[in-house]
Design a protein around this ligand. Structure first.
Ligand code: AOF
Ligand code: ZN
Length: 368
């Protein structure tokens, strides 16, 4: 089969390069960049560095000689501003590249079209809109944060075929298989924070880390919604708080003594308001947004998932379901939504379905 080395081909490569560092670039989105000669030979590639520096374009352009007619492909609009890194547009202009292909505009207000404008004003031909949808899929949570000041939410559910997450007696180990659980760790890698309700801590005593070999350093922060500060002092997350960032959201009525003990163990305890449904998810999101969390993975319990599924900041639902049947007495995946009219039911769009050895992962996104 003859491979057509067109703009889609090279942008697809740039997307795959961007995916390689996903979850490892800190608050900075992972970008992929490919520089191609006039004869369509790949001259160099670059991806955003670990923890966000250097930027992908800088990596790709570093130390190479640009021949006339070269094109630079980048998944995200090159930056215009000086932040932790210098503006990539200046690097590109300096390099002598005469054509730039961009998949996705950078919705960061510091950039948002200004990067492309500057390139064009310098006489560079810019083509945008190549594989935009595929690329934005990587940046939706980041765009949510830079647009609304709060992280994009992803939900993870691991259930039986009939949508239950535990037996009546609370047992849930293991409803889904090893492959599903490993994939769950990948989701932890891709998200900046992982949030659970206090009952999940009390029931499972989880570590909430990413345990994929070689990637444990990129574990997300652990975040617990704990209205009455019931978190056991000797639980795994508290005992490892010095090593992995741990945030507990609680109400203003919680014991100051316990807050002090937790703080001494390295836990950040943050008081937020309560709503009828429990602690205000929106207040937690605002706090996390200010700390530049782009994405938040909510893993349970079902009450928290119910608040998240109706949130306007919901990005995707990752629903792992196994071959097992549990029955009516099992625990439902999603808590009360009090819907009386199907028109008001959250609408999801099935984006992908992956067979994981007789388990299925359905990836839903919110139709926006
Ligand atoms: C690019 N190439 O590889 C990435 C970009 O603080 P700074 O200077 O590192 O800038 C961070 C912002 O730059 C980030 O919020 C996003 O708008 C953009 N990310 N831009 O040209 C890259 N990762
Ligand atoms: Zn840049």
């Amino acid at each position: 089969m003859k491979i057509i080395r067109d703009d889609n081909f090279f942008m697809n490569l740039a997307i795959n390069i961007a995916k390689r560092n996903r979850g490892m670039t800190g608050v900075n989105p992972s970008v992929g960049c490919v520089v191609v000669s006039k004869s369509k030979t790949i001259i160099s590639t670059g991806s955003t560095g670990t923890n966000g520096s250097p930027h992908a374009e800088k990596v790709a352009l570093d130390g190479i000689n640009i021949e006339a007619g070269s094109t630079l492909y980048t998944t995200l609009e090159p930056c215009f501003h000086s932040g932790k890194n210098p503006p990539c547009v200046n690097e590109i202009i300096k390099s002598g590249v005469k054509r730039v292909v961009v998949a996705s505009l950078d919705k960061n207000p510091l950039v948002n079209g200004k990067g492309i404008k500057k390139l064009k004003n310098s006489g560079i031909t810019v083509l945008k809109g190549v594989l935009t949808e595929e690329t934005e899929d990587l940046y939706n949570e980041f765009f949510n944060r830079v647009s609304y000041g709060v992280p994009g939410i992803n939900i993870k559910i691991a259930s039986s075929a009939d949508g239950k997450t535990a037996l009546k007696n609370g047992k849930s180990k293991w409803i889904t298989n090893k492959l599903s659980r490993n994939y769950g760790h990948k989701l932890r890698l891709f998200n900046d924070g992982i949030m659970v309700g206090i009952n999940t801590i009390l029931k499972d005593n989880p570590s909430l880390t990413c345990r994929l070999p070689g990637l444990t350093n990129f574990s997300p922060s652990r975040i617990v919604m704990d209205t009455n500060l019931k978190v056991p002092i000797n639980s795994k997350i508290i005992n490892t708080a010095e090593k992995n960032e741990t945030i507990i959201f609680t109400s203003k009525f919680s014991s100051e003594r316990k807050i002090k003990i937790l703080k001494n163990k390295g836990v950040k305890v943050i008081k937020i308001p309560k709503t009828k449904q429990g602690l205000s998810l929106n207040s937690a999101l605002k706090f996390l947004g200010k700390k530049e969390y782009n994405s938040l993975l909510i893993e349970g319990g079902n009450k928290l998932i119910a608040s998240a599924i109706t949130s306007s900041h919901l990005n995707k639902v990752f629903w792992f379901s196994s071959e097992k049947i549990i029955g009516e007495e099992g625990k439902p995946s999603i808590g009360k939504l009090n819907i009386n009219n199907l028109d008001n039911s959250p609408n999801l769009f099935l984006q992908n379905m992956i067979n994981l050895d007789n388990n299925y992962l359905k990836v839903y996104r919110v139709r926006k």
